[in-house]
Ligand binder design. Structure first.
Ligand code: HEM
Length: 640
């Protein structure tokens, strides 16, 4: 959830590892181990004791790269911790192994040898690690009141204060009921044109690279080579700035002190989340360490900018006399589990941004709270989306047959025009590509919780109050027990395209890129729409080929999974000779009908479902899915 600096601005905090094929090889080794484990008695009943680096899992953590241990290491400072009394497998990881591999990779190795629920001991602390869908569902949904965000609040307090992401209790309830409706489906639909325009704003850079390629300069690292990870980072900053608080960072075209300040703050957030201990708590440290002084100064610049935006927005609303009232939509994630807010449809509001919406809520909010909300959305929505786009493009470029299908879809739906909200339901395969990229590269790969009451998880695993937990989304998404060919990039794995896209509910908590339960991401629809639009606009126009002069694409893990050295691509203009113009909409509907076996009712129901889900409304999508299923379309499941 935390963001990191873009491209060259990235800090040295993350671990650097080889992604793609080498990682896949290593995981296929561990995958074999999990399969073997699946044939023996259930690992959750294993009473293995916490011997030093027991088994092949922890010992395989002795590789040599940098660290991604922040929350975990910060927790180490807490000392002590509840003792596990039950049959939960236990493993002790030697402290000198800490930080040698990204935490999600370590947890995967341990999962292979210790199963879906185990306790990991590290120095004086221990952590319960969950990779079992039933246990995860209990923590996120069934017994959600027994868990808090734990260490996250501590790490993020300096930047987002009491913002939604890390808040708990009454304060979280109050903020959620205001912020979640602001990002509802209608708002997301209203932003589609902005997503397209923001991407188009970055096209000149890519055109220049393509022109160099056309002139024959395709040298690695030359003028035709662009770091697409940096491009996506800038693009998603521009989009979140515009959509959330109407600030035009224009970071795709230029740098200025505010952009630099944002990246300084984001980088410090990442460094804190990956630090070996909570150094920021040392008395007087921010005066002594230049980096922390810089971070404080940058934070002051960002806060000042946000305060000015808030003041400007207040003035505008007051001048207009238009005080919109926020709606509570069934579509807003978490709405069902949080108290209702006063309701009126969003379209009655003249407010084009989330900030307008928050200000128009009629609640007496102080500027500090508003600032915390905006900062939270900036941080939560920026690098997650950028990372999703980065890995989606990486996967597409390394899977030409999938790329071709996306192209065919984009060409037939859009031709050469920019996407509109009405196009999203038709970009179904592209949406699945984004879903599958988020399965393979979940952002963040690990969620954090702390038990505030005793609990017992399925399988009898006791969770005394005070236990810190890691929910390994990575393990859930890569488990060979839960998925066929888990390491394969297969956007078709989620079922027929005319069925709704997968969610944590439809997959029984095997797939949770946006979390689940009442703390589920409020920006899920926004993020999927942004990714689909961005990919469509780029793939309409350009061919991307890996710039091999930078070597294989490695990864390093901070709060999100980033590449170790950028995603460098040689860009060229697409040859559109022979690409037919887009089919008229009526013909597209007929094609959809044909693809559902010719039944127009099934096609209509499926189109509704796709429309609802592409617009991001899980509730409407679920309802439409019901109709689609009744009309003959199947509900996707990850494993038959
Ligand atoms: C691909 C992009 C994104 C991914 C993968 C993602 C993922 C997540 C996940 C997994 C959570 C749950 C964390 C937990 O349970 O501990 C979350 C929460 C959250 N996300 Fe996102 N997110 C994305 C984009 C966005 C965007 C675009 C926004 C806003 C503009 C956003 C705002 C939030 C907020 C405010 C929360 C906290 C919700 C709460 O605690 O009530 N996210 N996100």
């Amino acid at each position: 959830m935390l963001a990191t600096g873009r491209g060259s601005a990235r800090g040295a905090a993350g671990s650097t590892h080889t992604a793609a094929a080498p990682v896949r090889r290593q995981w296929s080794r561990t995958a074999r181990a999990v399969r073997a484990a699946a044939q023996s008695p259930p690992p959750a009943q294993d009473t293995a004791r916490g011997s030093e680096a027991a088994g092949p899992g922890p010992s395989s953590t002795s590789s040599s790269a940098g660290a991604s241990w922040g929350p975990l290491a910060a927790l180490l400072g807490g000392g002590g911790g509840p003792q596990q009394q039950g049959p939960t497998p236990e493993v002790r990881v030697p402290l000198n192994n800490v930080g040698k591999v990204p935490i999600f990779q370590l947890l995967y190795d341990l999962y292979c040898s210790h199963g879906g629920v185990f306790r990991m001991h590290l120095g004086p602390k221990s952590f319960l690690v969950l990779s079992d869908p039933g246990a995860v569902r209990q923590v996120l949904v069934g017994a959600v009141d027994k868990y808090s965000k734990g260490i996250l609040a501590e790490i993020l307090e300096f930047v987002m204060g009491n913002g939604l992401l890390a808040a708990d209790g009454e304060h979280w309830i109050a903020r959620r009921r205001v912020v979640a409706p602001a990002l509802q489906r209608k708002f997301v639909s209203s932003q589609v044109a902005l997503f397209g325009a923001a991407t188009a704003h970055g096209l000149p850079q890519l055109e220049a690279a393509a022109a160099a390629a056309a002139a024959g300069d395709t040298r690695g690292g030359g003028a035709a080579s662009v770091d697409m990870e940096s491009f996506f980072s800038r693009l998603s900053l521009d989009i979140v700035g515009k959509s959330v608080f109407d600030y035009d960072f224009d970071s795709l075209r230029h740098d200025d002190p505010v952009i630099q300040a944002v990246y300084t703050v984001l980088r410090e957030s990442t460094l804190r989340s990956t630090a070996p201990f909570p150094y920021w708590k040392l008395p007087g440290i921010s005066m002594l360490v230049p980096r922390l002084r810089d971070s404080d100064a940058a934070l002051a610049i960002v806060n000042d900018t946000l305060d000015r935006l808030i003041a400007r927005c207040k003035d505008t609303l007051e001048a207009e006399g238009s005080i919109p009232v926020p709606a509570v939509s069934a579509s807003s994630a978490g709405a069902a589990s949080t108290p209702s807010a006063p309701s009126a449809p969003l379209e009655e509001s003249s407010a084009p941004t989330v900030l307008h919406f928050l200000l128009g809520g009629g609640e007496a909010l102080n500027s500090r709270q508003l600032r915390d909300d905006l900062m939270t959305l900036l941080i939560a929505g920026h690098e997650t989306t950028a990372a999703a786009l980065t890995w989606a493009l990486h996967l597409l470029v390394t899977h030409p047959e999938v790329m071709q299908r996306v192209r065919d879809e984009v060409d037939s739906v859009l031709g050469d025009k920019l996407p509109g909200a009405e196009d999203l339901p038709l970009l179904r395969y592209t949406t699945r590509v984004v879903n599958e990229a988020l399965r393979l590269y979940p952002q963040p790969p690990v969620l954090i919780r702390r038990a505030v009451q005793d609990d017992v998880l399925p399988g009898g695993h006791r969770v005394p109050a005070g236990t810190d937990l890691f929910i390994s989304v990575w393990n859930l998404h890569h488990s060979p027990q839960l998925w066929e060919r888990p390491e394969a990039f297969d956007p078709d794995r989620f079922g027929p395209l005319d069925a709704p896209p997968p969610t944590e509910v439809s997959t029984d908590f095997r797939f949770l890129p946006f979390g689940g339960g009442r703390r589920k991401c409020v920006g899920d629809m926004f993020a999927i729409a942004e990714c689909v639009v961005t990919l469509a606009v780029l793939l309409q126009r350009f061919d991307f080929a890996p710039d091999s002069s930078f070597g294989p694409v490695g990864f390093k893990s901070g709060a999100t999974i980033n590449t170790s050295n950028g995603l460098h691509m040689i860009i060229s203009r697409r040859d559109l000779t022979g690409v037919p113009p887009p089919a008229p909409r009526a013909a597209a509907a007929a094609a959809a009908a044909a693809s559902t076996g010719g039944c127009p009712h099934a096609a209509a129901a499926a189109a509704d479902a796709a429309a609802a889900s592409a617009n991001g409304c899980p509730h409407t999508a679920a309802a439409a899915a019901g109709s689609a299923a009744a009309a003959g379309a199947g509900t996707p499941q990850p494993r038959q």
